[in-house]
Design a binder for this molecule. Structure first.
Ligand code: SF4
Ligand code: SF4
Length: 280
């Protein structure tokens, strides 16, 4: 049976795609972004046990060399997350698509779709495929929130059941992308064009840090690649202000952009052909 490491499920979210949606967050990511707001979702727990002793209400235990989390006892104090030096979390539930669906189903009267996020959701490809099949059979829309590391043209399985992808384009060239994420940008940019070509690009997302990333160049590049598609498709461009909240101490030095700077970026995206631009 397929199981995936689920970090959390938000029953009702209005920030993970259009309308009210249930959002499912998986553990583990193949990028290591300096500005990550949820760094505890990057790695899988290596069972070092350091957090076990720190849990104030003994919701964590060590059994047969593995950390076990008692969800019913946990008061979500985050002490374990603050203790972990490995960008991991012990608060993971391994769930089947049917078990996740059982939680989604309770929200059916209130939601119009589901979104899978991360970590990186495409690392759980087989799981997401099964979950989306169930969701679509119940009339829900299905979205992937992805870092773009899976080559969708070579491996289109998820696009058979996904209505769209909300794609992060974090930088404009390989050097800055590697600096920020630790990984190459080629597949991300290839996906940007491909997803628009097959009408599966729901949204592009760029986190903006004025002093560290040349955000203007990223926006120009996105506009150039999407130029053939922006006339016919209303693709949303979400420009996200970098914020310190949740970011690891060693990467917190960046300045948060002001409103004036963000408006300038918005104008740039507008000039490049986007009609639907959101600043958050
Ligand atoms: S958040 Fe972590 S440390 Fe706090 S009660 Fe839950 S398991 Fe224990
Ligand atoms: S969550 Fe972190 S601190 Fe706790 S056992 Fe796993 S790796 Fe160690």
């Amino acid at each position: 049976m397929i199981k995936a490491p689920v970090n959390k499920i938000i029953p009702s979210s209005v920030v993970d795609g259009p309308g009210n949606r249930t959002a499912i967050f998986f553990q583990s990511c193949n990028f290591n972004c300096r500005y990550c707001h949820n760094p505890e979702t990057i790695n899988m727990c290596i069972n070092c046990g350091e957090c076990v002793a720190k849990c104030p209400i003994k919701a964590l235990s060590f059994e047969n060399g593995k950390v076990v989390w008692d969800q019913n006892k946990c008061c979500a104090c985050d002490t374990c997350i603050k203790t972990c030096k490995h960008d991991a979390s012990p608060r993971i539930a391994y769930m089947s698509p049917e078990e996740v669906w059982a939680k989604v189903e309770r929200n059916l009267p209130f939601i119009r779709g589901i979104t899978v996020s991360g970590g990186e959701c495409t690392l759980q490809e087989d799981f997401v495929y099964e979950l989306f099949k169930i969701a679509k059979a119940h009339g829900l829309s299905t979205l992937l929130d992805s870092n773009g590391s899976l080559d969708f043209e070579k491996d289109p399985k998820l696009l058979e059941v996904a209505d769209g992808v909300m794609l992060d384009v974090k930088a404009h060239d390989n050097e800055s992308h590697r600096w920020l994420t630790g990984q190459d940008i080629d597949t991300v940019l290839k996906n940007l064009e491909y997803l628009a070509r097959v009408h599966k690009l729901e949204e592009v997302r760029t986190v903006c840090i004025p002093e560290a990333l040349e955000n203007e160049k990223t926006i120009e590049k996105v506009c150039k690649i999407l130029k053939p598609y922006l006339k016919d498709q209303d693709i949303r461009y979400k420009l996200i202000k970098y914020r310190h909240f949740g970011v690891r101490q060693q990467y917190r030095d960046f300045k948060e952009p002001d409103d004036e700077y963000m408006e300038k970026l918005k104008d740039l995206a507008k000039q490049g052909g986007f009609r639907n631009i959101v600043i958050i």
